[in-house]
Design a protein around this ligand. Structure first.
Ligand code: HEM
Length: 491
């Protein structure tokens, strides 16, 4: 006779075999990929230590379009520049959806921009783009705010008097302040406790998104909602973010002049007024709160991490630092107010910054998209609702596109005469209709912050530290440098 444990074991074995056969059957409808196993799907094939080659290795076996099952969910992955280009440019419009998992549904509720799809995404994206332009995107007025913030960043480095320091805090504050000025019309002092808590809360969300607890929540949402764990903290962080956004909105409602909007919130409140009788309008205060969080989430960790890598590479490659500083000192001199246009006079510095973004390749996984209709992609029929990941980061280390894909080499962006030239496979901001909305802001702040620091300081390793470790660590959705200290010695 089978005891209870025997019966349970037999049932479990039966369920696993049944699930295995079901996955094998289902997988025939998708491009080939690693065999999906019950519970883990095809994750067994991932080598997380080798990020940049993580998908390339699988692509060698199955081709540049393959399916990776995450649990029982298929994800179609596109690897290499040609495949990514086909998805982003030829099928860009059909791939504008974002997958809505139970966690995303419970927290973002389809609002905002980052995790929104369809009509909401279109309306919010178009309005955000237009408002950023009204606020001076690409013009001197917004650039002036970034220059001011760049100055604060330099002053905070000066205050360290060349002693060993971790620059993360100062960089995070400066980057967040650029977004604060756009959204709220004011910046925060670096030691403002609310500001720090807001930045920390949003940073936590960023790190939490790809964590095992988030995946567990997506598989067992009901069960997980009762259990303790980091997912409960994530809910708390989001609530905190919403409450701070609400305070800002309330202050704006009391003080704004509807005839003279000053910042994103002012414009948005106007838009709510204008569209209040339109049944198709997606403009309301809840969505505004989510937009505020989305801007901070999308814009803080990304730019901060890039600048942290930039400074680390400067100590790892001192010859690059020396050449770059020579160019900045010769061309600009000590008192010129650096503007984005100056990149044209600084081909080497511009190439270095591009190479920092290419080589650090900070996104752990490319953009998550969902097909909004059936498509034919690289010879495969992909059904509406399928999750597709054009791995933009694979384009940035595609051996067919780059001379030395796995080396830090600013020459990737220089011709034989030392002139800067743009490369098609350089896609740190993604591409197509869902390309990064903050690309211009990010490019401007990266250039102005970085060149200001490099003009003012020689960046060195602390005494006794022999070499800079440039191996990345996982930081949620981005690849971070290991915590490090540098000395910013004033010139
Ligand atoms: C180095 C800095 C940055 C990098 C590398 C970066 C990269 C990206 C990438 C890869 C995406 C995904 C696009 C896709 O789905 O294909 C994205 C989306 C987005 N980014 Fe950025 N970003 C940066 C800075 C910023 C900044 C400063 C802001 C805001 C001020 C911002 C706002 C956004 C928004 C709102 C989206 C969502 C767009 C949408 O879903 O339609 N980003 N970014």
């Amino acid at each position: 006779m089978l005891g209870l444990s025997g019966f349970l074991a037999a049932t479990l074995a039966f369920l696993l075999v049944w699930q295995y056969l079901k996955l094998r059957w289902l997988s025939r409808q998708y491009p080939p990929g690693p065999t999906p196993l019950p519970i883990i799907g095809g994750l067994w094939r991932l080598d997380f230590r080798m990020k940049q080659e993580m998908f390339t290795k699988i692509a060698k076996d199955y081709g540049n379009i393959f399916t990776l099952w995450v649990g029982h969910k298929p994800m179609v992955i596109l690897n290499g520049y040609q495949a990514v280009k086909e998805a982003m440019y030829t099928h860009g419009e059909q791939l504008t959806g974002r997958p809505i998992t139970p966690f995303v549904a419970a927290t973002m509720k389809g609002r905002g921009i980052l995790f929104a799809s369809g009509h909401t995404w279109k309306q919010q994206r178009r309005f955000s783009m237009m408002t950023l332009r009204n606020l001076g995107l690409g013009k001197k007025s917004m650039e002036y705010q970034i220059q001011q913030e760049g100055q604060h960043l330099v002053e905070s480095f000066v205050s360290e008097k060349g002693k060993p320091m971790d620059p993360t805090f100062f960089i995070t504050c400066s980057v967040s302040n650029v977004i604060s000025a756009v959204l709220f019309g004011h910046r925060f002092s670096y030691d403002d406790k609310t500001f720090q808590s807001l930045v920390q809360a949003i940073g936590f969300m960023f790190r939490f998104m790809p964590s095992p607890f988030r995946i567990a929540y997506d598989i067992f949402p009901r069960l997980m909602s009762y259990l303790p764990g980091p997912h409960q903290k994530a809910f708390g962080c989001l609530e905190f973010g919403h409450s701070k956004a609400k305070e800002e909105i309330t202050n704006h409602k009391e003080t704004r002049d509807p005839l003279d909007p000053q910042d994103f919130i002012d414009y948005y409140l106007d838009q709510i007024e204008k569209t209040k009788d339109d049944p198709n309008s997606t403009f309301d205060e809840d969505t505004l709160r989510q937009l505020i969080i989305d801007f901070f989430a999308a814009g803080t960790e990304t730019s901060t991490t890039t600048l942290r890598w930039a400074l680390l590479y400067m100590v790892a490659y001192p010859d690059v630092q020396e050449k770059l500083q020579k160019e900045i000192h010769t061309v600009l001199g000590p008192s010129h107010v650096i503007c984005y246009e100056d990149r044209k006079k600084l081909p080497y510095s511009n190439a270095v910054l591009h190479e920092v973004q290419r080589y650090s390749n900070i996104l752990l996984v490319g953009s998550f998209r969902e097909c909004v209709e059936d498509i034919n992609l690289l010879g495969y029929h992909i059904k509406k609702g399928t999750v597709v990941i054009p791995e933009v980061s694979s384009a940035m280390c595609d051996p067919e596109q780059w001379e030395t894909p796995f080396q830090f080499n600013p020459n990737h962006f220089l011709d034989k005469d030392g002139h800067f030239f743009a490369r098609e496979a350089y896609l740190p901001f993604s591409a197509g209709p869902r390309v990064c909305l903050g690309e211009r802001i990010a490019r401007t702040e990266l250039f102005i912050f970085f060149t200001n620091i490099m003009r003012s300081f020689k960046i060195q390793l602390p005494e006794g530290v022999k070499h800079a470790n440039t191996d990345p660590i996982y930081g949620g959705l981005v690849l971070l440098p290991r915590p490090y200290k540098i000395c910013a010695v004033p010139y």
